[in-house]
Design a binder for this molecule. Sequence first.
Ligand SMILES: [Zn+2]
Length: 95
Amino acid sequence: MTWYLDRERIKGLAYAREPHRLQRVAPTRFIFEGHHSRHRLTLAGVGLVCKDCAVYWSTCILPYGGWCRHTIAAERILVANIVEVRLPAFAAQPI
Ligand SMILES: [Zn+2]
């Protein structure tokens, strides 16, 4: 089973180098174009949910959600495309 999940992660990282596969169709909905089919991704409270994917649901542990090659790739593509991130101001504390 471990080799299978390792292979899934490797494929996700390979997909992450192909950002054209991810298409945003609504503020919280995406389509990921896989090699064999399209996958519907939704941004939910647990992160990205790959609705049509058996691997996602086999790794899903509520309430934490699951993962698959499509969510791994989409997360990396989305993070790489964030233009601006506002972090809270940091004020040095006196010692
Ligand atoms: Zn998937």
